[in-house]
Design a protein around this ligand. Structure first.
Ligand code: AMP
Ligand code: MG
Length: 355
């Protein structure tokens, strides 16, 4: 059976679990659209203004799909013949910083520097070696060491308008930031006067990223579910949010199993193996899509203490929900009255701000 299709179904279930649980709104009915883009199933929920034209909603959804397909064509390191894959393969000597690539590079470098490399877009050689999306297998220790020697900012030179390699075997990977950046492009479009004529609001769910546009006609906040890492169809709790982005990184999103051991897709740039930080998942809430996405990956690698230290440092304006592998949930102070734990299998940490 087609692997991409299988992966699509898996990710679809994950998306459904990640979730947007929106209560219905008075007046015109919301409409949901599903499509495959950026290696994941995308759920788009459009909430029309009263009297909105259905055909116009379909056009808006099609435009959203087009935006994501274009973003994928720019940023993917997996698809052949994208600027990033040509650069990685050495076919292009430089990666030109378009507005989108420029943004993901800038956010990636900044988060990498401020998290001691917990997030690191220069891990491409390692990501390729592990091939988690393709099902592994677990690489040999010496191959991991070799791949690690081609990672790090020093393997590249970054200028204002392009990236070049100083190590020909190094590779970039924007898998941990690109979906958030693309979700932000969608929100820009959905909030534009062009789409705003038809829509009151919209919710996008894109491979672990939820993005909120406009607002609900009844004025209540959007309810974004945070998935139970142990139950694809279940939630640990909900976030009541007016706007912004929620990105979740978890060990259940993409993985393969070998000899009964799960190898997930978030790699430690120092160890060269899937990160083991004591977290099952990390959700970052922020007003910037690319930042939320990069931070969720970084928080997962940092673990609970490191994630909370980053929060307390004030280097970034974000909130977080962390799920530990011993069943605790920690929500940062700004989520008081926003995060609600709904799953009795988990307990809120004493320092936590949820309810
Ligand atoms: P996310 O689901 O946003 O946490 O992103 C995970 C994806 O980012 C992986 O599938 C890889 O493509 C890439 N990746 C893996 N480990 C890291 C890391 N430590 N820093 C940045 N990107 C990573
Ligand atoms: Mg991420």
């Amino acid at each position: 059976m087609n692997m991409n299709f299988c992966r699509g179904i898996t990710v679809f279930l994950l998306c459904a679990a990640l979730l947007l649980s929106l209560s219905g709104c008075a007046g015109a009915e919301p409409k949901e659209y599903y499509f495959f883009a950026m290696d994941t199933v995308v759920t788009l929920r459009l909430i029309p203004k009263p009297g909105a034209d259905q055909a116009r909603m379909d056009e808006i959804a099609a435009r959203c799909e087009g935006i994501l397909i274009e973003a994928e064509r720019e940023m993917s390191a997996k698809d052949d013949d994208t600027p990033v894959s040509r650069f990685n393969a050495g076919e292009d000597a430089a990666l030109v910083l378009t507005p989108l690539i420029g943004e993901v590079v800038a956010v990636s470098l900044d988060v990498s520097r401020k998290t001691g490399g917990a997030f690191d877009c220069t891990l491409g050689a390692l990501v390729e070696l592990w091939n988690v999306s393709g099902g592994g297998p677990v690489p040999a220790q010496e191959d991991i060491r070799e791949a690690l020697s081609h990672t790090g900012e020093g393997c590249f030179s970054f200028s204002a308008d392009e990236v070049k390699k100083t190590d020909p075997d190094a590779r970039l990977d924007f898998g941990g930031v690109g979906k958030g950046a693309a979700a932000a492009l969608l929100v820009d479009y959905l909030n534009s006067p062009e789409a705003g004529e038809t829509l009151a609001g919209a919710v996008v769910s894109l491979g672990g990223n939820v993005a909120l546009a406009g607002s609900k006609p009844d004025g209540s906040p959007y309810m974004v579910g945070v998935r139970d890492p142990d139950d694809p169809g279940g939630l640990i709790g909900t976030l009541a949010l007016e706007s912004g982005f929620v990105a979740v990184s978890g060990d259940y999103e993409r993985y393969f199993e070998e000899n009964g051991v799960r190898y997930h897709h978030i790699l430690g740039g120092k160890t060269g193996v899937p990160a083991k930080s004591g977290l099952r998942s990390a959700a970052a809430v922020a007003s910037d899509g690319a930042l939320a996405d990069a931070l969720s990956t970084a928080l997962f690698v940092l673990g609970e203490d490191g994630a909370l230290a980053l929060y307390e440092s004030g280097l970034y304006d974000f909130e977080a929900v962390l799920v530990t592998d011993d069943g605790r949930v920690t929500a940062t102070p700004g989520l008081g009255g926003v995060f609600r734990l709904t799953n009795g299998n988990y307990v809120l940490s004493e320092t936590s701000s949820g309810s």
